[in-house]
Design a protein around this ligand. Structure first.
Ligand SMILES: Cc1cc2nc3c(=O)[nH]c(=O)nc-3n(C[C@H](O)[C@H](O)[C@H](O)COP(=O)(O)OP(=O)(O)OC[C@H]3O[C@@H](n4cnc5c(N)ncnc54)[C@H](O)[C@@H]3O)c2cc1C
Length: 391
């Protein structure tokens, strides 16, 4: 039957495209549907770069996903003959006096503990050593650095393109610009209704990013809050070389005197491409429909004064580009990768909370294993929905 599939994937961003590729590679008859034409700028997977690191401070349960993702990205790169993951080294700066919280308490300590547990190559740097190796950072005397040799960045749009290209190569059907309006499950069969047609499948993976709350039952929808974030690209005073890899690493900085930290990347777009730096905000919530996607001059000014000027004397107030993007955040900043509590043929995949991309290749594999084998090789017990539901 033309409209009958083994698996339907709702949403082809970072997670859905990776799952579609992994399922197609396993010979699963898979249909991926997206309401836009991914990669696109309306969800969570745009903005040129995403940090990847291996010792994961959000919790050491994430490190196996990251390590496996490195392996998968390298396999994908070979298949498409294109570089997706660039190792630049990664610097995490923190201090006893820090007030910023990076997703979870004790992020720096947890990073170090994961590095030790998984034998991830790193150095601990005091402030003079940070200044010596990375003079671009205006660190305080009491700040310390964790430097991870294999950290770097991924190209999110290119990764989605690669996943979808390979998914189609292995036989997946990809329907773009088609919106899923509803889905139901009855006796182990899932029915998916779109604005163009209806489909049935044995399994459905809902990987709708920030649109997830509008697609699932209210009692679960409330577990996710959508947060507008802004990424900024600032120009350099001198040559771009000082902010290019290998002289400049990806970084996360747990600031003193501020609730939020900053993170950033080496320049990737030549002399006039700027250096991408961002902070995070968790005060206001929004939705993909109502979010203000424009970035105002006032926001850019504030970003420069508060988060750029004091920390990077080599950057200027000239903002080359500023783009908004959406986080889908859970109350504990952890992922959801789990069967729907009432409909076991439906799997919900919401690995965001601002740190999901680096794991997306392995999450695609985990989702494929859940569909095909009923369980994943990597332990996902920490990513249940039930952990967030108060009884
Ligand atoms: C500013 C920013 C910075 C980040 N930095 C990092 C980082 O440095 N490192 C890191 O690891 N992670 C980072 N993340 C997190 C990471 O980018 C996300 O975890 C990841 O992109 C989430 O992907 P997703 O597939 O869940 O969602 P999305 O990519 O948004 O995909 C969801 C898809 O579902 C589709 N869809 C929705 N509803 C429907 C429907 N009804 N019918 C059909 N299709 C539908 C959408 O069109 C979309 O394509 C960052 C996120 C942001 C926003």
């Amino acid at each position: 039957m033309k409209n009958k599939f083994d698996t339907i994937i709702l949403g082809l961003g970072a997670m859905g495209s990776a799952a579609t590729y992994q399922l197609a590679k396993r010979g699963n008859k898979v249909l991926g549907i997206d309401k836009f034409s991914p990669p696109h700028v309306y969800g969570s997977t745009h903005g040129d770069t995403r940090i990847t690191r291996q010792a994961i401070g959000e919790g050491e349960q994430y490190t196996p996903l990251s390590l496996r993702s490195y392996e998968i990205w390298r396999e994908v790169e070979k298949e498409i003959n294109k570089n997706l993951l660039v190792v630049t080294g990664g610097l995490i700066i923190s201090s006893d006096a820090k007030s910023a919280v990076n997703h979870v308490e004790k992020f720096f300590e947890k990073t170090l503990s994961a590095a030790k547990k998984y034998d991830i190559k790193h150095d601990i740097l005091d402030a003079p050593e940070i200044r010596k190796r990375f003079s671009q950072f205006n660190v305080k005397n009491d700040e310390v650095g964790y430097y991870e040799y294999n950290a770097g960045f991924l190209r999110p749009e290119e990764c989605v393109n690669a996943n979808l290209f390979l998914a189609e190569k292995y036989g997946a059907e990809i329907y773009k610009n088609e919106k899923v309006e509803s889905f139901t499950e009855e006796n182990g069969t899932v029915k998916v209704k779109t604005d163009k047609s209806e489909y049935i499948a044995e399994k459905l993976i809902v990987s709708a990013g920030p649109w997830l709350p509008e697609l699932i039952d209210k009692e679960y929808a409330d577990l996710f809050s959508i947060r507008r974030q802004v990424m900024y690209w600032f120009d350099t005073k001198g040559s771009i070389e000082q902010f290019s890899s290998p002289r400049f690493p990806v970084f996360i900085w747990e600031l003193q005197g501020d609730n939020q930290g900053i993170y950033g990347f080496p320049a990737v777009d030549g002399p006039r491409g700027g250096v991408k730096i961002a902070s995070e905000q968790f005060k206001a919530t929004t939705t993909p429909e109502t979010v203000n996607r424009e970035v105002y001059t006032q926001e850019i000014r504030e970003m420069y004064q508060t988060y750029v000027k004091p920390y990077f004397p080599g950057l200027t107030e000239t903002c080359i580009k500023a783009v908004s993007c959406l986080y889908t955040v859970t109350p504990d900043f952890g992922f959801i990768i789990d069967k729907h509590p009432k409909h076991y043929s439906i799997i919900i995949a919401s690995p965001c909370s601002g740190h999901g991309f680096k794991h997306s290749a392995a999450i695609g594999e985990v989702l494929a294993q859940l569909v095909v084998d009923g369980k994943s090789k990597i332990n996902i017990d920490n990513f249940t929905i039930s952990r967030l539901i108060k009884v």
